[in-house]
Design a binder for this molecule. Structure first.
Ligand code: TYD
Length: 220
């Protein structure tokens, strides 16, 4: 049976990488094979393109060309890493995927929606996420967390505050449009609380046969 595909999305400092690792641990305890990965990147070819994208080297080419490079990286990532893992029955947890392109390049970069969707069809094909967590934090909270890490800001992190406010809105709106796939999680809570909420959702949506969700809610 095909494995399950879970993606994490959200703004800067929303805690995605921590939650990817915590969810992977919980699944591994259940003896499920888990592959954790990220975008841009996740395969040798895509990691090479990651540097071009995050350093801002391709920014002068304009938003459409930049989107195509994100798509080229995704194509390699899906073919080399995600599909083989899903085919052998592993679960894949990915830090950012199609929704980042829809939001950063589509909503904020004003790249034509038809271009975004066409590239998505070509790159993703049947590797659509089964479940997407949108980790939501107010922009000030996310910024304070990034500040605390003390890392150099990448091409997107250095955008002005208004950009990040719109980004948050765009992720929330996307989640409203696709409630069957997307779940918004309040990520201002402690990492453990956020992880528990995520775990409950995974149990309800992916681990449990239909119709038994209420029973487990009572059990947790
Ligand atoms: P990264 O260093 O992975 O940080 P984080 O996910 O913690 O923010 O940065 C990835 C950056 O690339 C992030 O600012 C969002 C951006 N991005 C896009 O603009 N489009 C995309 O399709 C993807 C996958 C990422």
């Amino acid at each position: 049976m095909r494995g399950r595909f879970i993606t994490f999305e959200g703004g800067e400092g929303s805690g995605k990488s921590t939650q990817v690792a915590l969810l992977a641990d919980r699944l591994r305890i259940r003896s499920i094979e888990v592959v954790t990965t990220r975008e841009p990147g996740g395969s040798p070819g895509a990691e090479a393109m990651r540097h071009l994208l995050l350093s801002g080297l391709v920014k002068p080419l304009g938003p459409t060309a930049e989107t195509m490079i994100f798509a080229a990286a995704r194509d390699d990532h899906v073919q080399q890493t995600i599909k083989p893992a899903l085919t052998r029955g592993a679960w894949v947890i990915c830090d950012r995927f199609i929704d980042s392109t829809r939001v950063y390049q589509g909503e904020l970069g004003n790249v034509d929606r038809r271009v975004i969707r066409a590239l998505e069809r070509v790159t993703v094909r049947d590797a659509m996420p089964d479940l997407t967590f949108i980790l939501d934090v107010p922009v000030e909270v996310g910024f304070a967390r990034v500040e605390k890490r003390g890392q150099v800001r990448d091409r997107f992190e250095s955008e002005h505050i208004e950009f990040h406010i719109q980004l948050r809105e765009a992720f929330l709106s996307l989640a409203r449009d696709e409630p069957q796939r997307c779940v918004v999680i309040d990520a201002t809570q402690s990492p453990e609380t956020v992880a528990s909420r995520i775990w409950l959702t995974v149990i309800e949506r992916l681990l449990q046969p239909r119709g038994t969700a209420t029973a487990s809610r009572a059990a947790s």
